[in-house]
Design a protein around this ligand. Structure first.
Ligand code: NDP
Length: 245
């Protein structure tokens, strides 16, 4: 489905991002694995390539504006184009408002929101030239519903939605779509850190009665990046088993 297309996935060294990269590679795309650690990013790319598909890895901290620009330039030198961007890199630093410190607030906003700005801005230039592109950012259902103990995370993820709607309006006339996927509880290292009683409580509120898998998120991203979604922009698709109904 994506033969000849170049897909850049941030935060692809593990979890949802790694699964997204594998899903696009399996559909014929050249996938670019982005993570802070270059060796780790290249190792994941090698793992994907071992399956006989196309991948490359780059070390880049999405919070570093200059490094993001340099990485995108390097990618364009080597691979000539970026057709699809998935802004997936994200972190949590959970705490109640009264206990959250300035550093935990800043770190989450920097990675989850400034990171999306930095990478989207850098990638938009070649997409404008090509007059085509698909930008998908991974928000969270928490950015829509809010959650006690996650004010920083919720603010960053809600910010992604407002940012994406604005950029969707700016780029629509150039054939570039900008959409958001808001997952609920997906089983990854990030959520494995939660205590068992917390997990049990979350499960009670999921109508489909199971936690999500990275593949559930990948399915929606493949759709949004495909020709079938050419007339969809500025939208947020929730993938949460009904949690936020
Ligand atoms: P993980 O913690 O498993 O993976 C996060 C990825 O982001 C890693 O590859 C990490 O790589 C990368 N990363 C972190 N900081 C940076 C940075 N500054 N620059 C570049 N890469 C970075 O998270 P998940 O797979 O669980 O989550 C992926 C996305 O999905 C996140 O945005 C998260 O908020 C969102 N999400 C997850 C949900 C879930 O239930 N798991 C639910 C809703 C949304 P490295 O540390 O090597 O740099």
């Amino acid at each position: 489905m994506f033969k000849g297309e170049v897909v850049m996935v941030t935060g692809a060294t593990r979890g949802i991002g790694k699964s997204l990269a594998g899903a696009f590679a399996a559909q014929g795309a050249m996938v670019l694995i982005i993570g802070r650690n270059a060796a780790q990013a290249m190792a994941v790319a090698a793992e994907i390539k071992a399956k006989g598909v196309l991948a490359d890895g780059f070390g880049c901290d999405v919070t570093d504006f200059t490094s993001v620009q340099e990485t995108v330039n390097k990618i364009l030198d080597i691979h000539k184009r970026i057709d699809i961007l998935i802004n997936n890199a994200g972190i949590t630093r959970d705490n109640l408002l009264l206990r959250i410190d300035e550093q935990d607030w800043d770190e989450v906003i920097k990675v989850n929101l400034n990171g999306v700005f930095n990478v989207t801005k850098a990638v938009t230039k070649p997409m404008l030239k090509a007059r085509k592109g698909k930008i998908i950012s991974i928000s969270s259902v928490i950015g829509i519903t809010g959650n006690a103990g996650q004010a920083n995370y919720a603010a960053s993820k809600a910010g992604i939605i407002g940012f994406s709607k604005s950029v969707a309006k700016e780029l629509a006339s150039r054939g570039i779509t900008v959409n958001v996927v808001a997952p609920g509880y997906i089983r990854t290292e990030m959520t494995e850190q939660l205590a068992d009683p917390v997990k049990e409580k979350v499960l009670e509120h999921i109508p489909l009665n199971r936690f999500g898998e990275a593949a559930d998120v990948a399915g929606v991203c493949l759709f949004l990046a495909s020709k079938a979604a050419d007339y969809i922009t500025g939208q947020t698709i929730i993938v949460d088993g009904g949690l936020a109904i």
